[in-house]
Ligand binder design. Sequence first.
Ligand code: HEM
Length: 403
Amino acid sequence: MPTEQGNAQDPSRPAATGFGRRRVLLAGGAVLAAGVGAAADELVRDDRAAGRATAGAPPTEAAIPFHGARQAGVTTPQQPATHLLSFDLPKTSAATDRKTLRSVFGALTRTLATAASDAPRDPRLRGGGATRLTSLVGVGPALAARLGLNVPASFGELPPFPGDRLDPRRSNGDLLVQLCAADRWTLTIVAELVGRAAHAAGAVPRWTQSGFLPHTAPGTTPRNLFGSKDGTANPDHAAAEEWVWGPSGDHRNGTVLVYRRIRMDVTGFAALPEGRRDQVVGRRARDGAPLSGTTEHDEPDIYAKNPDGSYVIPATAHVRLTSPRFDGGARMLRRSYSYDDGPADRGLLFCAFMRDPDRFTRVQNRLAARDALNPFLQHRASAVAYVLPGTAPAGTLGEQLWT
Ligand code: HEM
């Protein structure tokens, strides 16, 4: 079974995904700008994630703390399995719905904190050691508008995109919960507990989706079902403070999750010659290097040209069209998973975190118009959620929403 460490990015590499544990310490300015609380939380999670041993005892995999200024499910190194749950809040009066929402947040906070602790209450989660669960809870734009919740001004519905074939039964929702862990067992049990607690407090289940990553050696990038390394060009800690986490004020420790369930024609893509596949992506599948470079973490040079004047990274390559250079340097943190719901329905659960969802809209409009991957993709579901700031042990998720 792969461990969380197994899929962590190399923390010593400044431009890689990382959120490298020690980098939180080293990037002193960024730490202060983010607030010492949030940085300290990440450090505690770092030490826990490293499973440090106490004198004389064997190393243990300690729990990843649930409490903190930020929810753990955004930047804790990506774990091998995920499970998403979406809920609606029945519409009655604004006052009643607000009360229901408070009680759902209370139920979710208690359930998730207990499941993530060193001593989960459910015996099925006590298989020896902590669950190493991470989670995040977010609210959807329709609920935020309906109840006048204090969410960032830029947070709202995504527009429709050309080519979308979205299934409403697998899309949207008033509340979104994402669980991540090292194994599917933990997620199945915690999803059951979360579903029961949310339902008892008044929320109605809307859809669920599970996903996974391949076994991946420590410090390397997991591959998607097309065989590409996926997650290479993610923001480092400083860039995430600028582009992923909210601006100063109430939303500093919140972010926005964009979720897309994208069906992939794995067979059709595999039928392309290897060189053509690399041209479509703009990186070599073999080592993940951009066509303009030699190693995985070389920055793609979208201006480099061949002797005949054509671009080295072709005009319709995925990596060109998603380049931050077209968006004033704006970044998103991609933390996607693969899914397999039968031979005809496999693909990517695209999960990306960003301060302003308009970044997704700009990139997706470019992709929908020209991406050479398009013949092999179908966007079949979509959701967007404002990921709430974290909470202290005495608090409840969602406290900042009430103004
Ligand atoms: C199934 C669909 C998709 C596949 C297979 C895919 C695959 C990839 C691959 C292989 C890379 C290069 C390696 C890396 O940096 O991670 C990449 C980069 C990227 N993708 Fe996608 N992607 C998909 C959908 C999307 C969507 C929907 C968006 C956003 C609208 C997106 C945004 C990005 C961004 C921002 C980068 C990094 C660009 C850079 O900074 O160089 N991708 N993707």
